[in-house]
Design a protein around this ligand. Structure first.
Ligand code: NAP
Length: 336
């Protein structure tokens, strides 16, 4: 058995039957294909920043170590071909250092480049989808490398084809980005709007400062970032909430359909969970959306606390929170 403690940022002390690092995809394509065909439990892991193992795992953990970044000039664009095991923030930093704009709002988002298209990472008004030219993946059923254009990835808010039709069927090997040389900074969100004469560098620095002030460093306190998704609700439910909470923060997502986004952190904070503990798990004192492994937590502690929060939010607001983090039991993902 192999310890998983250092392979996922929440840091629970569980183990897996087998952990296989992948440095070259062609060396493992056949074995991956066979695992897939035989229906053996397996998980593809990047940096483990969005996955929590809540028990010992009986399957195989394939760990993505694919590396390589190539920058190409293409007329009025820069194309960047990035192997999926590269660290996302390191890529953002390289771009900022080269004066390439586009990713600066997405600084410090944890995880690998290969994970970025799966949930279409986004922050402070920018989504990665707008820069994705194509995604290359190993089709586990056929062993072929397929290139899917950005348009065919069906990107939505924290969503893509990799969470639906292609879920558990592919190993993303490379992401190809296209960034315009003429870049317009996006600064309308929160603290960014206060920046005078913003630059790529100052937006990057500010995003880092905001995130570092609010979010615990997984190297010091185990956590998996935002635990719940920010819910999108309809206008009638929102009006009910306003009768009790006239100052509820909210953002219009789609005026025609009457869809409104409410910060999950506000819901959780409002009913008093911020800073509280259950078992060894804490609801982070600076950001209620993050649960942390404060005191030798167990998988059961985490699941129990997350369920308590979910039920309390539902009881008060009639909103069913969904977890963003992928929770693994001994064989598969679990849904709270
Ligand atoms: P936050 O800034 O407190 O915002 C909470 C929610 O309010 C988010 O859903 C955000 O929308 C929305 N919001 C805030 N300002 C807005 C504005 N001016 N216009 C429209 N919507 C607005 O959130 P946080 O939890 O501290 O996270 C900071 C940023 O990182 C957010 O943009 C969040 O979405 C992002 N984030 C991304 C991931 C991911 O990619 N997996 C995970 C965690 C956090 P948006 O979600 O549209 O930004």
């Amino acid at each position: 058995m192999h310890s998983l403690e250092s392979l996922h940022t929440f840091g629970l002390p569980y183990r897996a039957k087998q952990v296989i690092p992948i440095h070259q995809i062609d060396e493992h394509a056949q074995t991956l294909h066979e695992s897939y065909q035989q229906g053996c439990p397996f998980i593809i892991l990047g940096e483990g920043s969005n996955t929590v193992f809540t028990e010992d795992y009986i399957g195989v953990v394939w760990q993505n170590h694919l590396r390589g970044i190539v920058f190409n000039e293409q007329g009025d664009h820069i194309q960047i071909q990035v192997a999926s095991g590269e660290n996302w923030h390191a890529l953002v930093t390289q771009c900022v250092q080269r004066g390439i704009g586009g990713f600066e709002n997405l600084a410090l988002i944890p995880g690998t480049v290969g994970a970025a298209p799966i949930q279409n990472i986004g922050a402070y008004g920018v989504e990665v989808a707008q820069f994705i030219e194509s995604v290359e993946y190993l089709d586990l059923a056929t062993q072929q490398i397929i290139t899917l254009t950005g348009a065919a990835c069906e990107f939505g808010y924290r969503d893509s084809i990799f969470k639906h039709a292609l879920k558990d069927k592919v190993f993303i090997t490379q992401v190809n980005f296209l960034l315009p040389k003429q870049h317009t900074l996006v600064t309308q969100y929160g603290e960014l709007s206060a920046l005078m004469s913003p630059t790529i560098q100052s937006v990057y620095d500010t995003v880092i400062a905001i995130r570092q002030a609010k979010l615990p460093d997984p190297a010091q306190i185990g956590n998996a970032g935002s635990f719940f998704k920010n819910p999108v609700i309809d206008t009638s439910l929102f009006k009910q909430i306003l009768t009790h909470y006239p100052d509820a923060p909210h953002y219009m997502v789609n005026a025609e359909q009457g869809l409104i986004k409410i910060p999950a952190a506000w819901l959780i904070d409002t009913i008093g969970f911020k800073g509280t503990m259950q078992g060894g798990v804490q609801c982070h004192p600076q950001q209620a959306l993050v649960l942390t492994n404060l005191q030798d937590a167990t998988g059961q502690d985490l699941i129990a606390f997350a369920q308590t929060i979910k039920q309390a939010v539902y009881a008060e607001f009639n909103i069913a929170l969904e977890h963003e983090v992928q929770l693994m039991d001994a064989r598969q993902r679990v849904t709270l």
